[in-house]
Design a binder for this molecule. Sequence first.
Ligand code: GLU
Length: 480
Amino acid sequence: MRLRFAPSPTGYLHIGNARTAVLNYLLARKYNAAYVLRIEDTDMERSTRRSEDSILQDLRWLGIRWDEGPDTGGENGPYRQSERFDIYKKYTDLLLEQKKAYHCYCSQEELEAMRREASEAGRAFVYPGRCRSLDRAERAAFEAEGRRPTVRFRVPEGETVVVEDHIKGRVVFESGNIGGDFIIVRSDGVPVYNYIVIIDDALMKITHVVRGEDHLPNTPKQVLIARALGLPVPEYAHLSLVLGSDRSKLSKRHGITSVEVYRKEGYLAEALVNYLAMLGWAAESGEEILSIDEMASQIEMGNLARSAAVFDFQKLRWMNGMYIRALDLSRAADLFIPYLAESGYDASKYDRPWLERVIDAVRGNCEVLSDIARYAALFLDDIMEPDAEAVAMLKEPDSKIVVAEARRLITDELGESNYAAELVNLIKKNTGMKGKRLFMPVRAMLTGSLHGPELDITVPLLGYDRCRARVEYAHRRFCS
Ligand code: GLU
């Protein structure tokens, strides 16, 4: 069994396509199939090497590995369509020779006019076959006018194409309903997708094509080409669409659609792969958080989702948070540190075990890695400016008593070794405050907020110097 992912390098890796790549990868793992990466770069104006590089980088980041591809090579290469033009040319010559294709001299303008006429009459455009049977003299006359021909495939009449799709079931197409003879090579000599995709699938010995359902209408054209050339036809599985919350096709206006942007925002590859897989498949057990290995063992060609999936950005964030919480602490620190650096916190300034404790204390609040600075600031900044609620709390007369006593204790009585164990106890004992009247001002004074991790965790983690600085700051600001 051989599977493939065939991106067009005309931009970033879109999450919809990443889902296709992920599902193919899981199926390849499941069935121990070869996984081929083919770059479909015949749209010369829009394809770039930069886009190809970024797609490969994103796929690698997701943890997807391929057995054959433009970077790894393989027996069935080259793996970029732009490097396979000689191969396609041979097939085109063969089709022309056997009269299964012909040169078409209709100009863009003429075709445009035919299209307009059809649309004005409320008909779908079908190429009327004007150049189907030109004789030598007619062709020479067109050539003399300087016209450069396209090559059109002569769609056989009365043929039925039956696709036994693994997801859609049996889909039947009639050759008379696919828009007439279609162009396979443009006038500039560049062959088109619908033509070469099936040649490549055959030559690369692809047995199963798993791709988006937007390609289903292309399938009969591809099958007819294969029949004309005597090439094998793969099995198909057309994945249901990924929709936005309003059930229209997923696009940027719904949220982030670029894998690279997810990576930069601090999504974990494991979480994204998990979520993307769930957009095309569900575990029988109903479990949602599954590792690549678990998914690869449970997925089957026969249990891919039939209905369209709605991309739920909140759910992905939630799932990412679950993965962040489950990370091994040292790996979590490695992943978070660059995001701290981005917010101006130089991790090398801190003791690593301490930093790991800080990360452990706040990662429960983080749904994406880039959330970290917002929550870790509590431990990393010298002073936390109190927010409005904390200011109001610290202005209470009772709070001033607490702050004044805290300052006396921390400057006169307590030091590094005992402040963590004693500070709150002694304030309580010496002022008689308890419950909220004690804890809220302490929290406001030490953390600048009435919410956040438990004081039992916060106070020791802050360290004596930082606590003292904050107590003094609160004292200066609210008690003098
Ligand atoms: N290159 C096509 C695309 O990016 C995929 C073609 C296919 O899977 O057959 O949409």
